[in-house]
Design a protein around this ligand. Structure first.
Ligand SMILES: Nc1ncnc2c1ncn2[C@@H]1O[C@H](COP(=O)(O)OP(=O)(O)OP(=O)(O)O)[C@@H](O)[C@H]1O
Length: 241
């Protein structure tokens, strides 16, 4: 049985249709990567899965008592606000020091406990966000472009960490990524989104796909152009540029 599934999702934001007829599921231990051009609804799909978006139609079903951990695409913290990493982890709900330390260790951020949030590098900040998502020992970890702004080695290290966390905690992982090496090597399944699910499957089905490049253009720097894309329908999604 799937841990988390969505059926026939339809979402409108600001008067524009963002998701139409989207089905999704994630099974225990799986790593599923969502790819798609800018504005194709990837973040909206993740936010729908955690229950943060009003659905026009469709439903999201969670296994009973399911624990989710979510790493947002961006989180802005007022740089003038003094706040340590430890304190940040206790917002909005206080967590025990032992719990915070375990999560920081899992995320590779144990050395950052006493640091000011405003002084963290991009990679350190992402690890702290990851630690926050791990506080409740999630069964599904959802990551929205977690390596945005990291350099290639930083990004590769982050994804290795995710693999380790999956192995250690046994959690399933849903992530949005634009990085080919992640899509190719770290995913059990790839879901290609453009307002609707264009296609999905094992990364092994990846092939040379001129169609994909035609659809996604340079928005992904052609990096995902290898994803095999068998198109039987046209695209008119407003933001698919
Ligand atoms: N709160 C909002 N109000 C109005 N429109 C919104 C809102 N949030 C998102 N949108 C619009 O919905 C569409 C999908 O946004 P979403 O962030 O889900 O796409 P994405 O695929 O994650 O994009 P990116 O790759 O750029 O992060 C975009 O056109 C965006 O402008």
């Amino acid at each position: 049985m799937s841990l988390l599934s969505a059926r026939d999702l339809q979402v409108t934001l600001g008067g524009h249709g963002v998701l139409q007829g989207v089905d999704f599921h994630i099974d225990p231990g799986e790593i599923v990567t969502i790819v798609g051009p800018n504005g194709s609804g990837k973040s909206t799909l993740l936010r729908s899965l955690i229950g943060a978006v009003r659905l026009d139609r469709g439903s999201v079903t969670r296994a009973p008592g399911l624990r989710l951990g979510y790493v947002p695409q961006a989180l802005r913290i007022d740089p003038t606000l003094p706040m340590t990493v430890r304190r940040f982890l206790s917002l909005p709900a206080r967590v025990e020091t032992a719990t915070a330390r375990t999560a920081l260790r899992e995320a590779g951020a144990e050395a950052l406990e006493g640091r000011q949030m405003a002084g963290l590098s991009g990679g350190q900040f992402q690890r702290v966000l990851l630690a926050r998502a791990l506080l409740n020992e999630p069964q599904v970890l959802l990551l929205d472009e977690p390596t945005q702004g990291l350099d290639q080695p930083g990004s590769a290290a982050f994804y290795r960490r995710i693999e380790e966390i999956r192995a250690h905690l046994g959690c399933a992982v849903v992530m949005v990524s634009h990085e080919l090496h992640v899509v190719m090597s770290a995913s059990d399944r790839v879901v290609c989104l453009n307002g609707h699910v264009c296609c999905e499957g094992h990364p092994e089905t990846v092939a040379q796909a001129a169609e994909y490049r035609a659809l996604f253009g340079t928005g992904t720097h052609g990096a995902l152009a290898l994803y095999r894309h068998e198109h039987t329908h046209s695209h008119d999604h407003a933001d698919a540029s």
